[in-house]
Design a protein around this ligand. Structure first.
Ligand SMILES: *[C@@H]1O[C@H](CO)[C@@H](O)[C@H](O)[C@H]1NC(C)=O
Ligand SMILES: *[C@@H]1O[C@H](CO)[C@@H](O)[C@H](O)[C@H]1NC(C)=O
Ligand SMILES: *[C@@H]1O[C@H](CO)[C@@H](O)[C@H](O)[C@H]1NC(C)=O
Ligand SMILES: *[C@@H]1O[C@H](CO)[C@@H](O)[C@H](O)[C@H]1NC(C)=O
Length: 357
């Protein structure tokens, strides 16, 4: 009798152990996050489709073709990223920052644009022209979410003008749109444009900020509620897509960082607050770090002309010493050299939820 009960307790201890392992695993899975930036991307951690190619440390989505041609290209981070949490099915929070420029070698031929895209696969490239490489002829994608920076007014997509930002949910007709002229940004100016896209998977608010300055504006350019989970799969690819529209527009991505996270799992026991590290959003979003790379053609929010580059240099070297920019505890972003590719080893962080035990 006695031995039986002790045996029973051993079994139940074992069961408890199994249970703990199970929960622990749950947390490990649900805490999957992704984090990378241009400083850590290598050629093998990117997938280039269509006309996308590397050019002196930046990614160009389109080729510099003679005028009547149109082309499309896409660059994606090569690994799929979890966008829906295991179990809860709630969408990931993510934050991405990128700097890009649109230059026109032939000002009389304009058109096209680029988009940050969350794509269901890493193989499909949509049409050139007004489609930005996002969708095919039928105008319907395979299930994507994109933020477009559109340089031509396409009447068929009810575009507001040739200088706007729009949210695209599996269609080129944007349910959310903003006129960049309202914040004195001209996409086709050739100036470096900085963009921040942030989504909180709990509050379900989607924010888009745009500025010539590398400081994120206090108030987002566009902010709206979005149930992202309606448009995404468990795993998605992130990157950029762009196209020309019978033009010689160059779409160049000069800097990119991305991070995603999930709220700490509530499937486990209530083991105190914050069992998973907070979303690493700010650490990689250090805006000053971006300036270490190639000096943006224009940092001045006022769009002042020619003589800014000398001033930029001095501001930069003071805010970023030794190519390391500090901003708050732990928020160090070291940007390696001008040619960001081919250097560092890609690192994907997945936090183990050991705290739950
Ligand atoms: C979006 O912008 C609003 C308004 O500034 C802000 O309160 C909120 O924290 C932002 N959300 C994210 C995910 O950045
Ligand atoms: C996301 O929204 C939740 C709920 O509104 C809030 O508690 C949390 O702080 C937000 N997270 C971020 C990173 O803004
Ligand atoms: C390549 O980039 C570096 C630094 O950004 C710059 O100094 C150099 O002039 C560029 N080369 C070309 C061919 O554009
Ligand atoms: C800066 O401005 C001065 C006059 O204000 C001009 O002489 C000089 O050429 C400008 N430098 C550049 C790089 O445009």
């Amino acid at each position: 009798m006695l031995s039986l009960s002790s045996h029973f307790s051993r079994v139940s201890t074992f069961l408890l152990y199994l249970l703990l392992c199970f929960f622990n695993n749950l947390v490990i899975i649900s805490a999957e996050t992704a984090e990378f930036d241009f400083g850590t991307l290598t050629l093998s951690s990117m997938k280039l489709l269509g006309d996308a190619h590397l050019n002196n440390g930046s990614v160009r989505l389109t080729r510099d073709l003679a005028v009547p041609n149109s082309g499309a290209g896409r660059v994606l981070y090569s690994k799929p990223i979890r966008f829906l949490q295991t179990g809860t099915r709630s969408p990931a929070s993510f934050s991405t920052f990128f700097s890009f420029s649109v230059t026109n070698l032939n000002p009389s031929s304009i058109g096209g644009g680029l988009a940050f895209v969350i794509s269901p696969d890493d193989e499909t490239l949509g049409n050139a022209g007004g489609f930005l490489g996002l969708v095919g002829d039928n105008g319907v994608g395979l299930g994507f979410v994109a933020v477009e920076f559109d340089t031509l007014m396409d009447v068929e997509f009810t575009d507001i003008n040739g200088n706007h930002v729009g949210l695209d949910l599996n269609s080129m007709v944007s349910p959310q749109v903003g006129d960049l002229g309202a914040v004195d940004i001209d996409l086709k100016s050739g100036n470096l444009v900085n963009a921040w896209i942030e989504y909180n998977g709990s509050s379900r608010v989607f924010n888009i900020s745009v500025s010539y300055s590398n400081l994120k504006p206090k108030v987002p350019f566009l902010s709206f509620p979005l149930d992202l989970d309606q448009y995404i799969n468990d795993f998605m690819y992130v990157g950029f897509s762009g196209s020309t529209q019978g033009s010689t527009e160059i779409h160049s991505i000069e800097w990119w960082s991305f991070s995603s996270s999930f709220e700490s799992s509530n499937s486990g026991s209530d083991s105190g607050p914050a069992s998973v590290p907070p979303p690493p959003t700010t650490s990689l979003m250090n805006p000053t770090a971006n300036s270490v790379k190639s000096p943006p053609p224009s940092l001045a929010p006022t769009g002042s002309d020619s003589n800014t580059s000398a001033q930029q240099k001095s501001t930069k070297s003071s805010s970023c010493h030794n190519q390391l920019c500090k901003q708050g505890p732990g928020a160090v972003a070291g940007v390696v050299t001008a040619s960001a590719f081919g250097l560092a080893i890609f690192a994907e962080h997945s936090y183990n939820g050991v705290e739950i035990v």
